[in-house]
Design a protein around this ligand. Structure first.
Ligand SMILES: Cc1cc2nc3c(=O)[nH]c(=O)nc-3n(C[C@H](O)[C@H](O)[C@H](O)COP(=O)(O)O)c2cc1C
Length: 159
């Protein structure tokens, strides 16, 4: 199985989950890891929250948008103001080649308020890309150093 994990992380929590997922999927075949880079990265909680609340897009560093060669596509974000970070909004808009693919959406969050809304929004953003099926998991920020916990979450969705 050929997998790819594309994620954005500002503070490193989502990165930890993405890296663990990558190690896990490498055991099952091939896996690539891509961290999205926001070239206009908003700084400061209120600017970040405002942009996320408006579901703003941004400018991201050129990356792999064609996902046709992968069997499993994993997309990760921190929850920002009940939604994905702007870099993820941009990627969801620009990616292609997801027809008949399995997609895993994952997030890290603080309190958890808006987490479901964030994942729903991501799923909705891909609605026209003919994805075969979605699986989702989330990890609270305080658990992002707990590899066993994260692996349990990953296995729970059948990966
Ligand atoms: C601007 C901003 C908005 C956030 N909004 C939410 C939120 O709506 N709900 C929530 O549970 N956590 C929220 N958080 C907490 C983050 O989702 C959490 O810290 C996440 O693990 C950060 O991931 P990162 O270290 O990969 O950037 C917010 C954090 C920031 C910086």
């Amino acid at each position: 199985m050929k997998s790819i994990i594309i994620y954005y992380s500002f503070g490193g929590n989502t990165q930890k989950v993405a890296e663990l997922l990558n190690t896990y999927l490498k055991d099952k075949g091939q896996s690539e890891l891509i961290r999205l880079k926001d070239l206009k990265e908003p700084q400061g909680f209120f600017t970040q929250a405002r942009k996320a609340l408006m579901h703003s897009k941004t400018v991201i560093e050129e990356t792999k948008f064609n996902l046709a060669e992968y069997d499993l596509i994993c997309l990760g974000t921190p929850v920002w103001a009940f939604g994905p970070a702007p870099a993820v909004n941009t990627y969801l808009d620009k990616c292609f080649g997801l027809e008949e693919k399995e997609v895993v959406l994952f997030s890290t969050y603080g309190s958890g308020s808006g987490n479901t809304r964030c994942l729903n929004f991501m799923q909705q953003a891909l609605r026209n890309k003919k994805v075969n099926g979605f699986r989702r998991f989330s990890v609270q920020q305080i658990k992002t150093n707990n590899a066993d916990f994260i692996l349990t979450r990953i296995k729970k969705i059948g990966l």
